[in-house]
Design a protein around this ligand. Structure first.
Ligand SMILES: CC(C)(COP(=O)(O)OP(=O)(O)OC[C@H]1O[C@@H](n2cnc3c(N)ncnc32)[C@H](O)[C@@H]1OP(=O)(O)O)[C@@H](O)C(=O)NCCC(=O)NCCS
Length: 171
């Protein structure tokens, strides 16, 4: 299993490592993450290690692909994630993203996600990609639109009552 790396003008994308625990704790507890994605309950190094292990087991090992940690090149530091998930209840692979609030509004989410979409299309040869956002999460919808994705329909997570927006692109 060769870890995957991607590069853009300002960013490096790489698979999670077990040394990412401090960053994972910080990102998953940002109020914007909890509000827009959910509270994953990752509070300490032990929780973060289990979370990373799950990504190895359920994504990298099982599927051969999965979520990336996004780092700036200058300075070299993690600032966010761009995820590729295959949920049990959804036929399609979905793309997601989350950044440290200190890094919002610099175009990083779009720049990283564009590289991931290209990887999905040209290397994984997946012919359809979706993205799911809260109806009120306009920044996330802007990013999905800049990837060429279009609003397709409302969708409901099995565990929630509320409907979310599903965006999609077919290659
Ligand atoms: C969604 C998220 C990744 C976007 O990050 P970002 O740094 O703002 O992303 P970018 O800078 O690449 O682009 C965001 C776009 O949304 C626009 N935008 C930002 N806030 C906005 C707002 N309140 N209303 C309308 N547009 C907004 C920006 O102007 C930009 O578009 P532009 O390049 O055309 O100007 C970031 O807000 C985040 O991590 N949020 C928490 C986690 C999350 O919501 N993830 C998505 C779950 S589906």
């Amino acid at each position: 299993m060769e870890p995957k790396k991607l590069e853009t003008k300002r960013l490096l994308l790489r698979w999670y490592e077990f040394t990412d625990t401090d960053f994972v704790i910080k990102l998953l507890n940002e109020s914007s993450f909890i509000k827009n994605i959910g509270d994953r309950g990752i509070r300490n190094a032990e929780d973060a290690k289990k979370h990373i292990q799950k990504i190895y087991d359920e994504q990298y090992r099982r599927l051969g692909f999965g979520s990336f940690i996004v780092e700036t090149k200058e300075p070299r530091q993690p600032i966010g994630i761009c995820s590729l998930l295959k949920r049990d209840w959804l036929g399609d692979v979905d793309i997601g993203f989350a950044y440290l609030e200190s890094q919002f509004g610099k175009g990083y989410a779009t720049e990283a996600a564009k590289a991931v979409v290209e990887y999905v299309r040209t290397e994984l040869k997946i012919t359809r990609l979706v993205g799911i956002t809260l109806v009120e999460n306009i920044p996330s919808q802007r990013v999905l639109e800049k990837l060429g994705m279009k609003f397709e329909k409302m969708i409901k997570f099995p565990e929630f009552d509320k409907e979310d927006n599903l965006y999609s692109i077919n290659f």
